[in-house]
Design a protein around this ligand. Structure first.
Ligand SMILES: [Ca+2]
Ligand SMILES: [Ca+2]
Length: 253
């Protein structure tokens, strides 16, 4: 499908050139992934914005007019292979953003401006509570990272077949939700999340929601004790742009 369109566009371009028309205008930039995935209001945050054609950036813009945004750096970066170029990008900009402390919404969007135009907007989560940073090694039950119930964790499937395991204590009858925010925010990760009991037996697992590829699962904990949450990429891929935000939530009884 994509190949067919390219040929059609190429033929059209050739036809226009033969007719003496203007050559095609340079394409505007696009954003693939922004790291980190979220930002806390009132706190200076350094963002790494990855995408296509970002190395000529002249500005980074924020949807919130009262935000302070400073473009720090722009550069070309390697993409692992041509197939993943559109997903991962091969250029990046770094910027410093400060949102007003009373910013009220759940997300904020940013764009990158180059001489060829402005990119489509990419959303960032607004963080109201401190984020727990993922710590490797956490690939097995014995190495699982201890987190509280509830918690918000910022993690990354940094390499092919990376597994991220978290351990928490629960009580019988507690109702919890485990949600991943990744693809919805431009992460390359196609996350799959699994809830295990203290013996490592699978209690629940989820891959894709109805309208996107970020998993979300609800569970009622059967006993008092230890539980584990595992995050993997459904295709066993990984890398710097395979970021996720894990929300472990406890519901009121
Ligand atoms: Ca990891
Ligand atoms: Ca890991």
């Amino acid at each position: 499908m994509r190949h067919g369109r390219t040929i059609a566009a190429g033929s059209l371009c050739f036809a226009l050139m033969v007719l003496g028309a203007e050559p095609k205008k340079p394409e505007p930039p696009t954003i693939t992934t922004i790291a980190p995935l979220g930002i806390a209001p009132g706190i200076k945050t350094r963002l790494t914005v990855r995408g296509l054609r970002l190395d000529t950036a002249t500005a980074v813009r924020c949807q919130e007019p009262k935000a302070t945004v400073k473009l720090l750096k722009k550069s070309k970066v390697g993409a692992p292979n041509p197939q993943s170029l559109q997903l991962i990008g091969d250029t990046q900009v770094e910027a410093e953003v400060i949102l007003p402390p009373d910013y009220p919404k759940r997300t904020v969007t940013v764009t990158v401006v180059t001489p060829s135009g402005e990119s489509p907007a990419r959303a960032l989560l607004i963080e109201r509570a401190p984020i727990v940073e993922e710590k490797e090694p956490n690939n097995g039950f014995r190495q699982a990272q201890r987190i509280a119930l509830p918690s918000e964790v910022g993690g990354r499937i940094e390499a092919s077949k990376d597994v991220d395991l978290y351990r928490f204590e629960g009580k019988a009858g507690q109702k919890i939700t485990v949600e991943i925010n990744a693809a919805r925010l431009g992460s390359t990760l196609d996350a799959l999340v699994t809830l295990y009991d203290g013996e490592g037996r699978i209690l629940a697992s989820h891959d894709d929601a109805a309208t996107h590829s970020d998993p979300i699962l609800d569970a009622k904990l059967p006993t008092d004790g230890v539980y584990y949450v595992g995050v993997i990429d459904a295709n066993d891929e990984g890398g710097p742009t395979y970021l996720y935000r894990l929300s472990l939530r406890l519901h009121a009884p």
